[in-house]
Design a protein around this ligand. Structure first.
Ligand code: FE
Length: 224
């Protein structure tokens, strides 16, 4: 079996948010799809270990914020690689309360939905929740981020067929991987969102720089 075939399935990048008894949490999800048109329903797959899932199974309501293509890695990192058990992910985030009472993340959001859970299916490590959409709003006309864009462009990972010039300049163009979240720093791309221009060697990045995805310090990186 070639699992790479699975990587050819397309996904988006969303923030799933929910609240139970005054405790709110949210997380990045990529597996979201519309199931039926009438009434409109959507499915989302969530890891059972996540705090968001715990709240969601109790409250049975959620919001989904559809993120724009240029969403900074810091927002994705905060909701995708950190646990709400350790920090309040919503601090400093632009939010609104939906008609379901669920929090809705507005930062870098192009559209959002609110849904009430009508069905669930356990699949090993995950639960697929199907929600009836009770509210939906379009906020702007920006392009949505796809998982492929996030993975290939934002994460700075290059195809395996790397150009040969990288080999010739190996010393300068080594990639470094974050041991915490798997983010790859590619000197060819740099980290322009955080002021590191393209072409900056890992060694030349200021010590104050942190992983744009999970916030780990520079010493948490190792040569790929
Ligand atoms: Fe990281």
């Amino acid at each position: 079996m070639n699992r790479e075939a699975l990587h050819k399935i397309s996904y988006g990048i969303y923030i799933l948010a929910t609240e139970f008894e005054g405790k709110a949490n949210g997380q990045i999800v990529d597996s979201v799809f519309q199931v039926t048109a009438e009434p409109p329903t959507v499915a989302v797959s969530v890891n059972k270990l996540n705090l968001t899932c715990e709240y969601l199974l109790k409250t049975e309501k959620f919001s989904l914020s559809i993120l724009e293509k240029n969403t900074p890695m810091t927002l994705i990192g905060r909701f995708g690689f950190k646990s709400g058990r350790a920090l309040n992910k919503f601090e400093g985030i632009k939010l609104k309360k939906g008609i379901t009472g669920m929090p809705i993340v507005l930062d870098n959001t192009i559209a959002y939905l609110e849904a009430e859970v009508i069905s669930r299916l356990e699949v090993g490590t995950h639960i697929i929740l199907v929600g009836k959409v009770v509210e939906a709003e379009l906020l702007n006309n920006l392009e949505p981020m796809t998982y492929a864009y996030y993975h290939d462009v934002k994460k700075g990972q290059s195809p395996k067929t790397a150009p040969t010039y990288i080999k010739e300049e190996e010393e300068q163009l080594d990639k470094y991987v974050c041991k915490v979240c798997g983010y790859v720093y590619d000197p060819v791309a740099g980290d322009p969102d955080d002021g590191v221009v393209a072409g900056t060697k890992f060694a030349d990045i200021p010590e104050s720089w942190v992983c744009p995805v999970c916030g780990a310090s520079k010493d948490q990186f190792e040569k790929q």
